[in-house]
Structure formats: structure tokens, C-alpha cells
Design a protein around this ligand. Structure first.
Ligand SMILES: N[C@@H](CCC[C@H](N)C(=O)O)C(=O)O
Length: 285
């Protein structure tokens, strides 16, 4: 078989609770990844289809990496499907960790991952999933999202990236998240990920999310942490745990006095090489 089209950059495809990503290994930091590349890769008709791209690159190759990260740490260079850069991705970091382990780039079951939000410590499990120390959830106020003329009060939560977690008794299935929820741009000057969270039983909530730079996704890891924090507060608590059901699966969130922990699955579905001609064409336009 003629396989000349296997001459472009390597890739893998994976997901965490169906929040899906194209993984691009770039061990020498040489890949020129433009917004056009990201948009095309993530397009579900003209590309592979994904909610985002995870470039696997040494921290040394990232000029805007936090200064306290060791240059040798593997850095998750995350892009949303629209090409925009985000600080952190909770499902992405598990897929990223799974890629590091399966490709032999790290050994052992516990290791750090560099992100624009800082270092994230990951503990991988034998089932392929992992627990990520997501850092402290910084609640910075209250705000509201407006969807189809209805206001949803919520908690503004910073997990490296911005969230508005709205605990509601609304029928989540009835929400039209094709529409972007309106938000207060003074509270969220850089945009926001909006979670709609409905308690479903003791210690359990359901969540749907509209992600900044993507649209509705089937899961958002940082969003589930924001949802758990908001659900705990709604119950008069600031620490504890919540099981969060999202359209793409289920994750566990633990909120302690100092940090938050996110546990969930990570799946790699395959990989190969991108067509070199297609890649070059995108670089030009
Ligand atoms: N899906 C992610 C969050 C990705 C970034 C987000 N869209 C943003 O722009 O902040 C997750 O799993 O956390």
C-alpha cells in the first residue's frame, strides 16, 4: 500500500468523558501550529473533529509558560476548537497524561504536567484514568448567565480558566445550548465557560456546559470542579465531594480546604500521521 500521506506531523485522538482532543506530540518544540491548523483539525467535517488540541511540548519551548515551571516538564499547550488558547483543561490533562504514559514519555504513575495555569500533579490509575490535583478553586463572586430570556444566578469560579457555575432546578434537557449564554463581561472580561448544574441526589449532580471557544461539549473537567464547588456552597458547605454526571460520562470531584481533585477516565482511540500537503496548505491560509 502506498502510504505517502503519512508524512506530516504525528497525532493521536482521545477523549475524557467524551470531551475530545487531537494530541500533537512536538518533543522538539518545532511544530508551527496556527489557528487555522487548530480550527481545521477540530472541524468535524473537514478535519478529525475535536473540542480542542493538546500539543505535547517541553515547557522550555513555551515562551508564555509560568516562570516557576521546570523547562523539562511536559507542557500541555491547549487550544480550543476556535483556535483560542486557554489556561487549563481538566479533561485534556488526563488525556495528555495518558498519552505521556502510553508513548513512554514518562515513567511511573505520578508526575507533573505543565499548563498555563501552573503545574498540575497527576496520579494515573490502572484503568487508564487518573486523578489530577487541579489546584484551589478561587470563588471570585456571583453573577448570572442569561439563556433564552431566563436568568441563571451562579458562582464565578477561577480554576486557571473562568467559570460561571449555575445551580438550578431547571430541566437541563430542555436548555438550548446551541445558543451561547449571555454573561456579564465586566465580571468575565476574557469570556467564560458556563455550567448548568442540577442536584440529583445526595452527593450527586448533573451538569451541562457551554465552553468558551468551543460551544456545548459533552464534558468539561474544570467545569465539573466549578460545578462541585457551586453545588457544595448551595448545600452550605465549602469542602466535600460530588459525583458529576455529564452527557459524556461521570467524574468525581473532591474539594478540600486547600485544593481540588478531579478523577475520571481518559481514552486514546488511535493515531497516525497528518497528511503533509494538507498541513502545508493550512499553514498558508
Ligand atoms: N474542556 C476543558 C476546558 C477547556 C478550556 C475552556 N474551553 C476555556 O476556554 O477555558 C476542561 O475539560 O476543563
Amino acid at each position: 500500500m502506498d502510504v505517502r500521506f503519512f508524512e506530516g506531523p504525528e497525532f493521536a485522538k482521545g477523549h475524557g468523558t467524551q470531551n475530545d482532543f487531537v494530541v500533537l506530540p512536538d518533543p522538539d518544540g518545532e511544530l508551527k501550529l496556527t489557528d487555522a491548523h487548530v480550527r481545521a483539525l477540530c472541524d468535524r467535517r473537514r478535519g478529525f473533529g475535536a473540542d480542542g488540541v493538546l500539543r505535547v511540548v517541553p515547557t522550555a519551548a513555551i515562551p508564555d509558560a509560568p516562570a516557576d515551571l521546570h523547562p523539562d516538564v511536559w507542557f500541555m499547550d491547549y487550544r480550543n476548537a476556535d483556535g483560542s488558547i486557554a489556561e487549563m483543561c481538566g479533561n485534556g490533562v488526563r488525556v495528555f497524561a495518558r498519552y505521556l504514559v502510553d508513548s513512554g514519555l514518562v515513567t511511573g504513575t505520578e508526575f507533573p504536567v505543565g499548563t498555563r495555569a501552573g503545574l498540575r500533579q497527576v496520579r494515573t490509575h490502572s484503568d487508564g484514568g487518573s486523578t489530577v490535583d487541579m489546584g484551589a478553586a478561587n470563588v471570585f463572586g456571583e453573577s448570572a448567565a442569561t439563556l433564552a430570556g431566563r436568568d441563571f444566578p451562579g458562582l464565578a469560579v477561577d480554576l486557571g480558566n473562568p467559570h460561571l457555575a449555575c445551580v438550578t432546578d431547571a430541566d437541563l434537557d430542555a436548555l438550548d445550548l446551541a445558543e451561547s449564554p449571555a454573561h456579564d463581561s465586566e465580571v468575565f472580561p476574557n469570556g467564560v465557560n458556563v455550567e448548568f448544574v442540577r442536584p440529583t441526589g445526595p452527593g450527586r449532580v448533573r451538569m451541562r456546559v457551554h465552553e468558551r471557544g468551543v460551544g456545548e461539549t459533552r464534558s468539561c473537567g474544570t467545569g465539573t470542579v466549578a460545578a462541585a464547588v457551586a453545588a457544595l456552597r448551595a448545600d452550605g458547605e465549602t469542602t466535600g465531594s460530588r459525583t458529576v454526571d455529564v452527557p459524556g460520562g461521570t467524574v468525581q470531584v473532591e474539594v478540600t480546604g486547600v485544593t481540588t481533585l478531579l478523577t475520571g477516565p481518559a481514552v486514546l482511540v488511535g493515531g497516525g500521521r497528518i497528511d503533509a500537503g494538507w498541513w502545508r496548505q493550512l499553514a498558508g491560509g
